[in-house]
Design a protein around this ligand. Sequence first.
Ligand code: DGL
Length: 274
Amino acid sequence: MRRGNKYIGVFDSGFGGLDVLRGIVKELPSYNYIYLGDTARLPYGNRPKETVYEFTKQAVDFLFRQNCELIILACNTASSDALRKIQREYLPKKYPHKKVLGVLIPLSEEAVKYTKSLKVGVIATVGTVQSKSFLRELKKLNPRIEVFQEACPLLVPLVETGKQNSKKTDLALKKYLKPLLKENIDTLVLGCTHYGILEGQIQKMIGPKIKIISGSELVGKKLKDYLSNHKELEKKLGKGKARVFYSTKLTANFTKLGSKFFGSNIIARKAVIK
Ligand code: DGL
């Protein structure tokens, strides 16, 4: 395989992670990127942990086959249910020199930086909430922090079908945010890639005093720090500005809404993963 042609892989269950990739490309434009969305098997958020692990492992295999050197699991559900096992068990056995990183630590570190009341809200999928992954990471950083989680199962299907500005979405958001507002949180983590597109609406509902922490901009900044601290890995990455998009199901929505999330037009290729 040609040296200097290595990619950074970004994985999500759907197209929500394209918002994270947009932020990464903004910070680090020169690298080569491959995006994979497992739209054929979305949503991950309602699936058992074991299934999310199997699917994520297959996605990781696919991206490493495409010459990725480093993979970012932009999907919070995959980061919650699969990342630790992949890092501790799968990589050492199968890809000892490659890296897979998630989004939970960057989001949690940023939340801890902002909160003054030490009351942090997290909205996420059922799987992410049940895994208690944000609770664990936030408490690790500051054991005095109180974490209030709310699973929002209606939001992913609403965003996936392009209904982000509908009355239904407004009502669902109101219902999900109400219990968190009662707890006087001062920081809200958007713990799901799909919620980035709802950030404006959410901020309007919660008011300007509550800080929203979202992966959109943050993950790129954290990756920049990571690469400057891991020069050996950085040197292996190609700098040809390639952007390649894969989806396990080619739908008009993936292209249309994906382009919106990414901020410019994308053309997706079909990926077969199993
Ligand atoms: N992309 C997933 C996440 O960030 C949510 C979508 C899904 O349920 O598959 O958690």
